[in-house]
Design a protein around this ligand. Structure first.
Ligand code: FMN
Length: 204
């Protein structure tokens, strides 16, 4: 498949900066990024990044605060159930939802998705493609935990936004890029993020 595609969903959990840093890391790779942002994620962006909440199309360039080369990010509305990623026939390397809200997690666990993010994720599961979920919630109740078990049994990989500290992060960016490293590894994407155990010499 040329170019490789990755589907990325951003939902309304705290830690939307995890999604921002991951999107930046994906943009460093030779990939088409098919991006879907939930309405709740836009609310969190307003709260956590100070982005103005505007109705209408999401602006990935405003999100990253820079220009994005043409064709690198293909944006969909979360209500657009006729979009390509809604179908299992849409080829991709897989999908990541980062951050992933408990609502989206529970929706996936119950198979009742009616948004493009949850439909695209469900399609990845049924086609046995990689689906990485990056939840950000604490503490977890039994409903959250059972939903995590259900999606794991269905083939998803739950990768909590719980960065390691063994790479001795000095900045929030280094902390967060540790999660990006894990996501890219699981999606099978080659990348240059350091911070691997026993690679402590490779500090940013
Ligand atoms: C500022 C803010 C922070 C939130 N943080 C979380 C969170 O950390 N985890 C979570 O599961 N939900 C969180 N929520 C609640 C979700 O946004 C809410 O459940 C929403 O319905 C999720 O919808 P979505 O999955 O379609 O994005 C937060 C909401 C707001 C406004």
């Amino acid at each position: 498949m040329n170019p490789a595609r990755v589907i990325m969903g951003i939902t309304g959990a705290s830690g939307v900066i995890y999604g921002k840093v991951l999107l930046e890391e994906l943009l460093k790779l030779d990939l088409e990024i098919h991006l879907i942002v939930s309405q709740a994620a836009r609310l969190v962006m307003q709260e956590e990044l100070g982005m103005p909440f505007v109705t209408g199309a999401f602006d990935p360039e405003a999100f990253l605060g820079r220009r994005i080369p043409r064709g690198r990010v293909i944006l969909y509305d979360d209500t657009d159930l006729a979009a390509g990623p809604a179908s299992g026939t849409f080829r991709s390397r897989g999908m990541v939802i980062c951050p992933c809200s408990m609502k989206t997690l529970a929706t996936l666990a119950s198979g009742t998705g009616s948004s493009l993010i949850t439909r695209a994720a469900d399609a990845c599961l049924k086609e046995r493609r990689r689906l990485v979920l990056v939840p950000r919630e604490t503490p977890l109740n039994l409903i959250h935990l059972r939903a995590m078990v259900a999606v794991t049994e269905a083939g998803a990989i739950v990768l909590p936004a719980s960065p390691g500290f063994y790479h001795r992060p000095e900045t929030i960016d280094q902390l967060i890029r540790h999660i990006a490293l894990k996501v890219l590894d699981i999606l099978g994407l080659e990348h240059d993020i350091p911070f691997r155990w026993k690679d402590l010499g490779e500090r940013d």
